[in-house]
Structure formats: structure tokens, C-alpha cells
Design a protein around this ligand. Structure first.
Ligand code: NA7
Length: 536
């Protein structure tokens, strides 16, 4: 074939996206003997752990709860070096998995999917990539990642900026040297909070542009010794069970006791313990009522505010770093390592964009309503068009040319977070209305379900599966009911798409907890795939 000719590949299943969920999906379908291939936009595997290679990027979940559980051999041979592994280690891990299970031969890189069109006559998808290649799979499995479509501020002029700039979610391979430079970091979510201390360490000057402060708590990371790794291995079954019982798929389970009925000093002792413990325990292992009852939430919020005040010397600055628009846990709280202390350093300053909006980017920096900041580097830690953004970037057309973008205009519509009415043989893994918490613990179950469904169809000689619209309606009602009455419901966050101007507010994740999610999917499946139509 000459270079100018595009390849057309007809196959059973195509998986889009070589992140942690897609890789497992490729493995499971391959194990089922399905003729499966994968396309990936990047030049390597890893997904979020490929693109987000900014300094400080790391797990907020315990490494061994985020990694795969499907292979005892893999667990036996892989040593995690830290309780919360950094990006380079995770990228190495995912490369190891791909090679260990001989999956690389099934992956074609630098294939960004631009369109996917259902062909009713052939009962196949026509998937076209940016390189012009065409894939004709019977089943299309999207594992696009919930945070993979980077969002940028709307201020104009970035093309004029003569310094270096990068988004944390599209970090350059060669990295950026901050040494002796004037740097701005825009955004104070998990990525901003992770990168800020490392920029501050090297830069001559750092300006942090904050739209809204977050409730950040210490990660309290530590190295995993060989003894601890051996202990983790010996308890791996127990750890798996814990992730399966936890609403968030993590090691942590909420304390069911009422924090409001507890004596103040006893409650405080709990908060002290959580704040000084590793990981997301403050959010995921806190009292259940702090997520449901405003009075209980106010207590933990006041406690964390006090801890922030104790760490930031300038009281006025401390107040600006303390959220006033939401309580702890109403939005995903970042984990930090020395974040607040950075603001005690003379070369670091904070700009609150609510009071001092960015007007434009200039050749030499950032202009705000109050003045100009001369800069050598701008870091965009401005987040993502969450969950649906990665779908909206692809022209996905179902029956009768129906565009997924239009079907999802008022918010995503799925059945079980796995399929979409009017889009036959389209499977979503880690898509809307299905995930929360430790993403791989949500998506490994989904990948197993997709592989079993595709294999079952092959055995029964069925070629097409599609959910009924009524089933989709029911699922949406169930998803929305799960968030009602929680503290999260009232906060503006990316979980509702509120971080992207103009987006209609719709809940994008699944708040009912992963055990309930799995039970619902299993019950529908056991009940003759309730809500689905199969045809030959
Ligand atoms: P996030 O959590 O969405 O954070 C993005 C941050 O960027 C957040 O502080 C935003 O403020 C801020 N932002 C967005 N647009 C602007 C503009 N125009 N100007 C100033 N600041 C802005 O993304 P991350 O990458 O940090 O983390 C993603 C997830 O990774 C996280 O939730 C964890 O699950 C791990 P806002 O709060 O929207 O006002």
C-alpha cells in the first residue's frame, strides 16, 4: 500500500483510547477471542497518564488500588515505589502491562478518531481517524477518559504570547524548565495544586491565578518499602474486597456514626486523624453525614479552614485561599504537598481572578484589569471539558444520522452508562452516568460486561444490540435521583459541566456508589438483558 492510500480494516471490535480502562478492555475482548484492535491519538499508551506528564502529576488513590487486579502474576511482579505513585511510574506500569500481555501489536498509535458513523445496512461502524484510516468494526468501544478534553480560558491573545506555554493535560514530552523564570499557573484544581510547589521551587517568580480556591488537604505520601509491598501482596484479596464494598471503589469507607451526635472534642480527634492520614481519606473516609447534612459539613469545613489559616502566615492571603462558595467535599478536593506554605514565600503571589480578571494574553505576559504581569512561561491548569467533552470532539452518528452531540444536547443520555439509544453496538467505558471515585475500579467491571456481551452475541449469532429509549429514561432518572439531597448537588463543579461556560448543567457522574452500580447492571443482565434489544 502506498503512503497516500488509507487503510480500511474490517473487524469485530475497535477500542478507542489506550488509557487504563481501554487497555483492560482490549485485554478482555482479546481473551474472549474477539477480533479486536485499538486506536489511540497519542504516540504511547497511558491515556491520562500519557498526556498529563506535568511535574507533580500523581495518583490521589493508593497505587495498588488504582492498578489492575486481573492478573496474580502482574501483582506478583510489579512493585509500586510510593503509596501515591507519580506519573512516570504509572506510565511505565501501563507500558509494562501492554507488553506483558502482548497487546501492543493490537494498538495503532497517532490515530485520533474524527468521526464514527453507524452503517445500518452493514451493521457496522465506519470510524475515520485523522490520518485518513478507516476502521469498520461491528462493535465500537469508547474508552475516552472522563478528563481528556483540555479546557482553556476564553481570554484572547494567546497566539501573541512569545514565551512558552502548556496545558497540564497536554504537557510537552521534553518538559519545561522553570529555573530562574517568571511563571504563571492558571487554575487551582488538583493539577494546579500539584504543580505549584514544584514551579515555586525553581522559578524566579510565580503568580498563581485562582478563579476559585479548593479545599486541599495533605497527601501525606510515603515510600513503599519491600516489606510493605510484600504485605500488600499478601492482603491483595482483602484489598480487592475493600474496593468492591466501598462506594468510591477505594480503600476508604465512610464512618456511618453521626458526627453531629458526637462530642466536639471527639469529632475533632477524628478530623485530626483524617487530616494527618494519607490520601483522600478526609473526603472518602469521613463521616457519612458530612456529605449529606449541611450542619455536619460546616463542622469539617470550619476545621479545614482553621488548618489552612495555621499554614499561611498572611491572614488576608489565607482568607483568599479558603473557599467561601462551597463546603468541603462538595467538589472533588485536591491533595497537596506543601501547597499552602508556598504562599509564604516572597517570590510567590496570588491573583484572584474574580477580583482581578484576566483581560488578555500579550506578547510578554498576562494583562488583567489592574495591570500587566511579565512572564516567560504560562501553565494552564484549567481543567477539562469533563466526561462528555471527549465525545463531543468526535462526530458520532447513530441511526438515521443522529448526532450524539444533539442527542446529548441537554446532558448525556445513556442506559446503565454503557450504551445509548439510537447508537447500536456503541459501548461506553468510563463514560457519563457510570463512574465515580477510583476510575479503574468502575471501568474494569464495565469492560468485563462489554466483553461478555460481545462474546454472548457472537455465540447467539446476534449482530446488533441497542437499548430502548424508555430504559435510557429510567437510567437518567436513577442517576439524577442519586445526587439529589447530597451536598454535591448544590456546588458548581466539573461533575455538572459547570466549569465550561455555556454548558447546560447536568450531572455527569454516578453518585449512587459503585456497589449499587454493579448490582443494577448485573440485575438487568441477569433479567435477560432487560432494556436491550438484540437482533441478528
Ligand atoms: P479541575 O479540577 O477542573 O481544575 C481546573 C482549575 O482551573 C479550577 O481551579 C478552575 O477554577 C480553574 N479555571 C478554569 N478556567 C479558568 C479560567 N478561565 N481562569 C482561571 N481559572 C480557571 O482540573 P484539574 O486538571 O486540576 O483536575 C482534574 C481532576 O484530576 C480532578 O478533579 C481530580 O479528579 C484529578 P473553577 O474551580 O472552575 O472556578
Amino acid at each position: 500500500m502506498s503512503k497516500s492510500q488509507s487503510a480500511v480494516t474490517t473487524l469485530d471490535a475497535l477500542v478507542v483510547g489506550a488509557g487504563i480502562s481501554g487497555i483492560y478492555q482490549l485485554y478482555t475482548l482479546n481473551q474472549q477471542g474477539v477480533d479486536v484492535r485499538m486506536v489511540e491519538a497519542g504516540t504511547g499508551v497511558g491515556g491520562v497518564w500519557f498526556w498529563n506528564r506535568y511535574p507533580g502529576a500523581r495518583f490521589d488513590s493508593e497505587s495498588y488500588t488504582y492498578g489492575y487486579f486481573f492478573s496474580p502474576e502482574l501483582i506478583e511482579e510489579w512493585d509500586w515505589s510510593e503509596e501515591y505513585a507519580g506519573q512516570p511510574e504509572t506510565e511505565r506500569y501501563l507500558n509494562h502491562v501492554v507488553d506483558r500481555f502482548d497487546l501492543r501489536r493490537l494498538i495503532t498509535f497517532e490515530q485520533r478518531v474524527v468521526s464514527a458513523v453507524w452503517d445500518s445496512e452493514a451493521a457496522r461502524w465506519t470510524v475515520t481517524t485523522s490520518s485518513g484510516d478507516v476502521w469498520r468494526p461491528r462493535h465500537l468501544v469508547t474508552a475516552l477518559g472522563i478528563l481528556s478534553a483540555p479546557a482553556f480560558p476564553s481570554a484572547p491573545g494567546l497566539a501573541d504570547f512569545r514565551g512558552e506555554w502548556a496545558h497540564t493535560g497536554l504537557w510537552p514530552d521534553e518538559g519545561i524548565d522553570f529555573t530562574g523564570k517568571k511563571v504563571a499557573v492558571i487554575g487551582t484544581g488538583s493539577s494546579g495544586v500539584q504543580i505549584v510547589p514544584l514551579v515555586a521551587r525553581d522559578a524566579e517568580q510565580l503568580v498563581v491565578f485562582q478563579r476559585s480556591p479548593n479545599w486541599c488537604t495533605p497527601i501525606n505520601n510515603f515510600a513503599i518499602t519491600p516489606e510493605r509491598m510484600a504485605d500488600i501482596r499478601s492482603r491483595i484479596g482483602e484489598i480487592w474486597d475493600a474496593t468492591q464494598l466501598s462506594p468510591s471503589g477505594s480503600m476508604h469507607r465512610p464512618i456511618m456514626e453521626s458526627s453531629l451526635e458526637m462530642a466536639a472534642d471527639q469529632r475533632r480527634a477524628h478530623f485530626d486523624r483524617l487530616y494527618d492520614s494519607p490520601g483522600l481519606i478526609m473526603a472518602l473516609g469521613n463521616f457519612r453525614d458530612v456529605a449529606l447534612d449541611k450542619r455536619a459539613n460546616d463542622n469539617v469545613t470550619a476545621y479545614i479552614a482553621e488548618r489552612i489559616r495555621a499554614r499561611v502566615h498572611d491572614p488576608e492571603l489565607a482568607e483568599r485561599l479558603i473557599p467561601k462558595d462551597h463546603g468541603f467535599g462538595q467538589k472533588r478536593p485536591p491533595l497537596e504537598n506543601g501547597y499552602y506554605e508556598v504562599f509564604n514565600e516572597p517570590h510567590v503571589s496570588l491573583v484572584s481572578t474574580g477580583e482581578e480578571p484576566i483581560v488578555r494574553f500579550t506578547e510578554t505576559g498576562i494583562e488583567t484589569v489592574h495591570g500587566h504581569y511579565d512572564l516567560d512561561v504560562i501553565v494552564f491548569a484549567t481543567g477539562f471539558e469533563a466526561v462528555v467533552g471527549s465525545y463531543n470532539r468526535i462526530d458520532i452518528r447513530g441511526r438515521d444520522g443522529l448526532a450524539l452531540r444533539d442527542h446529548w444536547e441537554a446532558g448525556p443520555r445513556t442506559y446503565l452508562g454503557l450504551t445509548v439509544a439510537g447508537f447500536p453496538n456503541l459501548f461506553l467505558v468510563g463514560g457519563p452516568q457510570s463512574v465515580t471515585g477510583v476510575i479503574p475500579r468502575a471501568t474494569d467491571f464495565q469492560a468485563d460486561w462489554v466483553a461478555a456481551t460481545v462474546a454472548g452475541m457472537r455465540e447467539r449469532g446476534e449482530t446488533v444490540v441497542e437499548p430502548a429509549e424508555a430504559a435510557e429514561d429510567e437510567w437518567i432518572d436513577h442517576v439524577n435521583a442519586g445526587i439529589v439531597g447530597t451536598m454535591q448537588e448544590t456546588a458548581e463543579s466539573w461533575a455538572f459541566g459547570s466549569n465550561v461556560p455555556g454548558r447546560k448543567r447536568a450531572y455527569l457522574l454516578y453518585a449512587g456508589g459503585l456497589p449499587q452500580y454493579r448490582e443494577r447492571v448485573k440485575a438487568a443482565t441477569a433479567d435477560g438483558y432487560r432494556g436491550f434489544k438484540f437482533s441478528s
